[in-house]
Design a protein around this ligand. Sequence first.
Ligand SMILES: *Cc1c(COP(=O)(O)O)cnc(C)c1O
Length: 455
Amino acid sequence: MGAVSESGDRGSANARAVARARAVLPGGVDSPVRAFGSVGGLPRTIASARGAYVTDVDGIAYVDLVGSWGPALLGHAHPEVVDAVRTAASRGLSFGAPTEGEAELAELVIDRVRVGSGGGALRPLEKMRFVSTGTEATMTAIRLARGATGRDLLIKFAGHYHGHSDGLLAESGSGVATLGLPGSVGVPEPIAGLTLVLPYNDLDAVRAAFAAHPGRIAGIITEAAGANAGILAPGPGFNRALVELAHAEGALVILDEVLTGFRVGPAGWWGLEAAADPYTPDLFTFGKVIGGGMPLAGLGGRAELMDLLAPLGPVYQAGTLSGNPLAVTAGIATLRLADADVYAQVDANATRVSAAVDAALTAAGVPHVVSHAGSLFSTAFRADPVRDYADARAQDAFRYPPFFHALLDAGIAPPPSVFEAWFLSAAHDDAALSRVEEALPAAAEAAAHARPRTA
Ligand SMILES: *Cc1c(COP(=O)(O)O)cnc(C)c1O
């Protein structure tokens, strides 16, 4: 369509890179949504990224609205983060022994995740453990909840994504939603059966689950704000009510802030909510921004719970590369740079782009809703608000691929699935944002003219 579609053309360096990858990597990727399965066409093979832009192997730069699925809060390759990592790399890549950086990052996280200050502050984190991926963080948090309560069952919500471990893929968001799968083959029924999948934003369903399984539910895991099946923000007071219900039943709450943590604000989604309406989840999980683009994630909570982890306690967890010095360095540098100005800029940028998306689709007469959770937003092609996963699926998803490709051809890279959030950074400047605004009207027209696929 536009002037810059060469990377989708057969003679391009990108086309050759995709063919090469597909021969030796399933789907040509190491994580499913990257393959463009739900939007069609060739994924762009990225050679480099800087600030608001990613550049593919044909040298075509795109305004990036994916941000590595969240980590790139400051923009790509922030010079101070890259310098810190380069310096750390010169001292060695991995030691398999404690480093000072791990304690420094833990202190930083523990200090940020609070509301208020001084003696009256609410501080839900006393200790952290660092791992390499969000999947490990949630897996370990669940094991800890089970170990602490001596119970087996776990509540999760439909459309929430907590990584790809067994037991968490049922009615999951992210790639599982994109591919329209009920879960995953290869998860044994006895394991899947330990997860109770409930509709989101439905406290009666939670009460009914506790009533049906008295004394058997170890905990509830919930995305702090649902952001993996499009944005599904929790209703006001929902997270606090979960904590109250769980605690009344002797169960724990794991607030999964892998995506929202340090992205929607300095103390994550919890910080936004708890400032006005305090509540205390038992365990938090973090990932994405916490590693500043390197493989790092973590879990934290009060000391008495966290000390149940080995070596102090009987709940086992370990990792050859856990707390990797380069990843910890990137995390420290990123969190130190992520100040109030950064969050104000990311908020303003997200407001500007989401308003432009909304206006373009409205002008083109396309039924849609834009859902928000802080600076995160997503579009659903339906007239009514999205409150749960069933709503998110009940949309004209066929409108997204032509919308997406019109943007891509214009040098804009939105998420390659209607079920993923759009991510802005503090590095998106007026030039980048104007480019997005200019491309949106034609993309909205393409969405307006889309027709459902017929078999
Ligand atoms: C991305 C994500 C995970 C999994 O993190 P990985 O690092 O991809 O394993 C877990 N929970 C939430 C809410 C996420 O968005």
